[in-house]
Design a protein around this ligand. Structure first.
Ligand SMILES: Nc1nc2c(ncn2[C@@H]2O[C@H](COP(=O)(O)OP(=O)(O)OP(=O)(O)O)[C@@H](O)[C@H]2O)c(=O)[nH]1
Ligand SMILES: [Mg+2]
Length: 360
């Protein structure tokens, strides 16, 4: 997940801190220490009361050479110090499908934070640079988010179901995401009904029904070709009659260029008045996901984004850019094909994935 973006950010941290060290060097680069550690094999042999003489010195003792680096004097970062590295980062981010305005904002934020920054001998330059990057990313992802559980609770207090509509282009993962969300909502104790609002694509109703069977949730449907808004309306009526907490409505995938289907989507929103409209975008499509989101947002003014297939996305461009570009928060991320592979998005989650996660 986000492997190449992580590498780019880490390279930037290394390059800038290298530069700080070279500027702040007082002639000697800290201390060099040699640690001696017994290797496991030696311990095992010792337990048996013997030391295998054939194991060489360097096999038996792991020599760890740690160069502790410290600044010899205070360093003040100048524009010339950071410019080259930031320009490189700028190009790399653009190549990694980070949107232009997001790249510009990120670089500007780094300039603002770093130029003129004094780094004292007590400070760790790597940490200082990392902090600046983290702050820049936090600024980009500072959209007001929506807590869907709060929305559901609010509606529940009024005795009404929460209606969530999922829209997006073909194959982004709408139907799968709905099934994942059912899984999450059921675990939190909410009752759910699904609306088979994709009455357009062959096999779409059956696909949703199959998910419904597997996760144990009812699907309200009509025949293929039926009016999508009517199906979703039925599901809402069903939920009201039975006191069901949440209606998750599937819709057909559509290209923004398909005038009829875009008009159908607007009609669905007009008729069913969903509490939340969620745009489901495929992270792997990078900048295209952002362009599609802009088009859908113009058509229905959606509330939030779910980005899917993040598990297979090395670039991280869409994840970093879409919320800032559209001005709507990312709510969840699809991180795999299993029902449990849906993670709640937060700035902290993103920072953690980019700077701390060592596994992926
Ligand atoms: N790796 C991965 N695959 C995903 C994720 N979400 C969905 N998929 C896969 O993407 C494919 C399409 O998913 P669907 O849920 O059918 O997509 P859709 O948007 O409903 O597609 P249409 O109804 O045809 O518009 C399926 O093979 C899913 O398993 C994800 O987070 N990670
Ligand atoms: Mg679908």
């Amino acid at each position: 997940m986000f492997k190449s973006l992580k590498e780019k950010l880490n390279r930037t941290v290394s390059k800038l801190s290298e530069m700080v060290y070279s500027k702040g060097s007082s002639g000697n680069i800290g201390d060099t220490t040699v640690e001696e550690k017994k290797t496991d094999s030696l311990t095992e042999n010792s337990e048996k009361g013997e030391v295998d003489k054939s194991i060489g010195f360097f096999d038996r003792f792991k020599i760890t050479k740690t160069i502790k680096r410290a600044l010899g004097k205070e360093v003040v970062l100048t524009e010339e110090d950071v410019e080259e590295v930031l320009e490189e980062l700028e190009l790399e981010l653009l190549e990694g499908d980070v949107a232009y305005e997001v790249t510009e904002k990120l670089i500007q934020s780094l300039r603002d934070q770093l130029i003129g920054r004094k780094i004292g001998p007590q400070e760790d330059p790597e940490e200082v640079i990392k902090e600046a990057l983290k702050n820049a990313i936090k600024e980009i992802l500072s959209q007001k988010t929506i807590n869907i559980y709060e929305v559901i609770e609010e509606k529940r207090k009024r005795g009404e179901p929460t209606v969530i509509l999922f829209v997006g282009i073909n194959g982004t993962g709408k139907t799968t995401t709905i099934a994942k969300l059912v899984y999450l909502l059921k675990r939190r104790g909410y009752s759910v009904v699904l609306a088979a609002g994709d009455t357009f694509r062959a096999g779409a109703i059956e696909q949703l029904e199959e998910h419904g069977r597997r996760i144990g949730v009812k699907v309200i449907k009509q025949q293929r070709g039926a009016d999508s808004a009517a199906v979703i309306y039925d599901a809402i009526e069903h939920a009201k009659a039975r006191g069901i907490d949440v209606v998750l409505a599937d819709t057909a995938g559509r290209q923004a260029t398909n005038v009829n289907l875009m008009e159908e989507m607007r009609k669905i929103v007009r008729v069913t008045k969903p509490d939340l409209v969620i745009f489901v975008g495929d992270a792997l499509t990078g900048n295209d996901a952002i362009i599609q989101a802009e088009e859908f947002n113009r058509a229905v003014d959606f509330d939030g984004v779910i980005l899917t297939k993040v598990d297979a996305d090395a670039k991280g461009g869409a994840a970093l850019s879409i919320a800032y570009a559209i001005g709507k928060p990312i709510l969840f991320l699809g991180t795999g094909q299993g029902y449990e592979d849906l993670e709640e998005f937060s700035v902290g989650w993103m920072i953690d994935k980019l700077f701390n996660d060592k596994k992926k």
